[in-house]
Design a protein around this ligand. Structure first.
Ligand code: PLP
Length: 289
């Protein structure tokens, strides 16, 4: 594989950043995880807008246009002959003298990292290992008055600590400071109750996931009632359906919350998760092929 580093395609084994790069030293960097289907980035404009919002939050001026960034991604996909792929785009504040206060003069380090990733779906999705076991952890989602949760930065220590805390689950449910469910370590969370869809609102410490947004768009089209609010983890344990979303997983069912099995009501024909997953797949088809 070849990755794009600082404007050049280099073999993976030689794709390195310097030890005095601020992205390495301090996590002073913005990134996006994207997905290419049939060679086209799904929801590029939404990812580009979130990246811009992250850079604004960090006051990171990198001087690269959306078109510039997308052409680096496209070049990397073509150079590797990839069509269904995982793509990670990182922009660091670059190499600067070793002091915390950033220099306003930024020569960013831009990295495009790719890997093959087969197309997903709800049945036999090759990306995840079956439905998730969600487990509420004590690690709290960093509140919005620190680095805003809406910023996608290289600092994933919050999520890493949460994952390390897992006892038997495979995704951590992080709550806000008052104990309301916020999100997974790398995912947004949804639940279904009596045919309606619920998800923690993004005015709380929640990353505004692009997959989350597409799912809400699908729910609106399907006429599924939606509420964005604040919910205790107990609400999820009692739900008819729980699922997680992110760009790589798409929609991933949750089998249990804190060891409590999520039982689907077999008397109800319509499964909103199946409907939403199908609609998500249709959007991938329409927008990428
Ligand atoms: N929340 C967190 C903390 C994440 O890291 C991610 C993605 O990795 C998400 C939510 C889901 O975001 P998206 O759907 O844009 O991938």
């Amino acid at each position: 594989l070849r990755y794009h580093v600082d404007g050049e395609l280099v073999p993976a084994s030689r794709a390195t950043v310097r030890v005095d790069d601020r992205g390495f030293r301090y996590g002073d960097a913005a990134f996006e995880t994207l997905r290419a289907y049939g060679g086209t980035i799904f929801e590029w404009d939404a990812h580009a807008a979130r990246l811009e919002a992250t850079c604004d939050a960090l006051e990171l001026t990198h001087g690269l246009s959306r078109a510039d960034l997308l052409s680096r991604i496209d070049e990397t996909l073509s150079a590797n002959d990839l069509s269904d792929a995982y793509v990670r785009l990182s922009i660091t504040r670059g190499v600067q003298p070793g002091k915390l206060t950033p220099d306003p003069d930024v020569d960013p380090t831009v990295v495009v990292y790719v890997g093959s990733l087969p197309r997903g779906g709800l049945e036999g999705n090759p990306v995840w290992d079956g439905p998730a076991a969600l487990e509420t952890v004590d690690t709290r989602r960093i509140p919005n008055d620190a680095v805003p949760a809406s910023a996608k930065t290289h600092n994933y220590l919050n999520g890493i600590l949460a994952r390390q805390e897992l006892e038997s689950g495979d995704e951590a449910l992080l709550c806000d400071g008052e104990g309301y469910a916020a999100e997974g370590a790398t995912s947004n969370v949804f639940f279904v109750e009596d045919g309606a869809l619920y998800t923690p609102a993004t005015d709380g410490p929640v990353l505004p996931g692009i997959t989350r947004r597409v799912v809400l768009e699908c729910a609106a089209d399907a006429g599924i009632p939606v509420e964005e609010g604040r919910y205790r983890p107990e609400r999820l344990r009692d739900a008819d359906r729980v699922f997680l979303t992110n760009t790589t997983w798409e929609l991933r069912p949750v089998a249990s919350v804190d060891g409590v099995a999520i039982e689907r009501d077999d008397r109800v024909d319509d499964d909103p998760l199946e409907t939403l997953s199908r609609m998500y797949d249709e959007r991938v088809e329409d927008r990428c092929y």
